[in-house]
Design a protein around this ligand. Structure first.
Ligand code: FAD
Ligand code: FES
Length: 281
């Protein structure tokens, strides 16, 4: 059992939890994730380790309530327990002294980007961070990302904060003002990562993306998380989650993500019928 040390709502449908997990915290590196089951009735879901505190023996997860399991988790409070958490899982990010890096985050993907930004800054890289969202309140972790970035650019679709436009507009603006970027990362919704990868190709930038296929075991056993990269089948959970964005077969990936839509909707509808109003999420 894993105790919730703190539980906060940080944006509409977005939650920030610190959870007691000393052995996971001890071994975590940026880019890794856990597979978590809230209770005996819940399914297992993968979530990135957004931060870890080895001294306190705790890990941080930041999640968006998009379906039954994440909605159930949103209702959990400090002092309650998750039934099981496995991790750290996945191949860590390639954190090295690279030069100038462009870090692009969207929505709840910012949580996954943050430990990578921090790791790259600690190694002396020049870090230009671009965070985007539909509107200002959905751009999370701005202060924490700013502390470990040389420059922070915020973009919003509605212009409520920072530059009005998409993160890809900011990627182009940074390159066109003359900055030489040695490596880019993009983490966010699949459609955002696809367009970041296309923009990076256009700008001749190498780019890592963090793929979020549906996962079951998270250890390379079930094949559920497979995707095609450079014409080869890869497993998101063990070969990734990070891959070269230029080599991902995006259309196949996005089609696979839709395959359980009907079942996911039935499950959420049943949950809503059980618990009633979910407008507080
Ligand atoms: C390695 C990895 C790390 C992840 N890290 C985070 C994280 O830090 N924070 C976070 O909020 N989410 C993260 N996700 C996505 C998260 O696992 C899903 O949102 C979650 O499984 C949804 O479960 P559910 O039962 O609430 O919703 P479901 O009923 O399973 O799905 C509801 C909706 O969410 C979509 N969905 C389901 N699974 C995923 C998925 N894997 N990625 C994107 N959309 C999905 C469905 O298509 C559907 O529209 C990560 C996924 C992976 C593979
Ligand atoms: S989740 Fe089962 S092989 Fe990756």
């Amino acid at each position: 059992m894993f105790k919730i040390l703190s539980a906060k709502r940080i944006a509409p449908k977005e939650y920030d939890f610190w959870v007691e997990a000393p052995r996971i915290a001890l071994h975590t590196l940026p880019g890794q994730f856990v597979v978590l089951r809230p209770n005996e009735l819940g399914e297992r879901i993968p979530l990135t380790i957004a931060d870890f505190d080895r001294g306190r023996g705790a890990i941080r997860i930041i999640f968006q309530a998009v379906g039954k399991t994440t909605a159930m988790m949103a209702a959990m409070k400090e002092g309650e327990y998750f039934l099981d958490i496995s991790g750290p899982l996945g191949t860590p990010s390639e954190i090295a002294a690279i030069g100038t890096v462009m870090m692009v985050g969207g929505g709840v993907g910012i949580a996954a980007l943050y430990p990578i930004i921090r790791g790259l800054k600690e190694l002396g890289n020049r870090v230009i961070t671009i965070l985007g969202g539909r509107t200002s309140e959905l751009v999370i972790m701005k202060d924490e990302c700013a502390v470990c970035s040389d420059e922070l650019i915020v973009t919003t679709d509605d212009g409520s904060e920072g530059m009005k436009g998409l993160v890809t507009d900011a990627m182009r603006a940074v390159v066109s003002r003359g900055d030489k970027i040695d490596q880019a990362w993009a983490i966010g919704p699949s459609i955002m990562m696809k367009f970041c990868a296309l923009t990076a190709a256009d700008l001749s930038l190498p780019i890592w993306v963090s793929m979020n296929p549906i996962m079951v075991d998270g250890t390379g056993m079930c094949g559920c998380c497979r995707l095609t990269v450079d014409g080869h089948i890869k497993f998101g959970c063990v070969d990734g989650p990070e891959f070269d964005g230029a080599k991902v077969n995006w259309d196949e990936f996005m089609n696979r993500m839709k395959q359980y839509r009907d079942e996911e909707k039935i499950s959420m509808d049943k949950y809503q019928a059980e618990v009633g109003d979910l407008s507080w999420l």
